[in-house]
Design a protein. Structure first.
Length: 243
């Protein structure tokens, strides 16, 4: 969930994912299949596939699994025919929720998601109802404990490489880029020996809604339940919660 620090949200999610390796393997394989089906099996000519392969390698998915996923996407191997869908809705307190889905059964997935929204104080909405509240951005996170560079040095490097902005949090630097620029900015920073905690394209909310008490608990349960579904690739919200 996006909050006052995007990294605090992602860190929480990564901790959950690390405890559920099988699920992240499944989701990354689906991302590779969909990317290869849409843009072909050559990662040098398919930026989305290249990024998906990199995430898969960072998650220690074996190369043979990656290659099988690419071949399933290009039709060289049989298997489930996954389609990509965006679902949108509202959580407790009117929070915007946007889901990236990869499914081989649209009706099953829609029913499961609608049930989870209803069960946790939200409702599934129409296409386009909340997507306008988000901007697609590249997000690069640097752990401040892993680098001796100061804020001005990191910002200068990032901006010269083509980043849009950098935000300094207590324990990290959050660098935002245009989606098409993230690979170049990441490579420049990595080439300078700066360790990156993450570098990925994400959806950043234009504004946030702060939740407390019962609504905050409901929202946490809703996001946790959605992330448990294998068909859900990503969950984006404009919710702001205390850590």
């Amino acid at each position: 969930m996006s909050g006052h620090s995007k990294w605090s949200t992602i860190k929480r999610k990564k901790a959950k994912v690390d405890a559920q390796r099988g699920k992240i393997f499944t989701r990354l394989a689906r991302e590779i299949i969909i990317a290869a089906r849409q843009g072909g099996g050559d990662p040098e000519a398919n930026a989305r596939l290249k990024a998906a392969i990199q995430r898969a390698r960072e998650a220690n998915i074996p190369n043979e699994n990656i290659q099988r996923a690419i071949m399933r996407g290009t039709g060289e191997l049989g298997g489930a025919n996954y389609e990509e869908i965006i679902y949108e809705g509202y959580g407790p307190g009117g929070v915007a929720v946007m889901l990236e889905i990869g499914t081989d059964n649209r009706n099953r997935t829609a029913g499961e998601i609608r049930h989870l929204f209803s069960k946790n104080g939200g409702n599934l909405g129409e296409s386009g109802c909340v997507s306008w509240m988000f901007d697609k951005k590249g997000l690069i996170v640097i752990d401040r404990n892993d680098t001796e560079l100061d804020e001005d040095e990191v910002m200068l490097l990032a901006l010269e490489a083509g980043a849009e902005d950098m935000k300094s949090e207590e324990d990290v630097f959050e660098i935002t880029t245009l989606p098409e620029e993230i690979e170049h900015v990441r490579d420049v920073l990595a080439g300078k020996g700066i360790p990156l905690a993450m570098a990925d394209v994400t959806m950043v909310p234009q504004t946030t809604i702060r939740l407390q008490g019962r609504e905050a608990e409901q929202m946490t349960r809703l996001v946790d339940a959605l992330e448990e579904l294998d068909d859900v690739q990503e969950v984006y919200t404009n919710c702001e919660l205390e850590d």
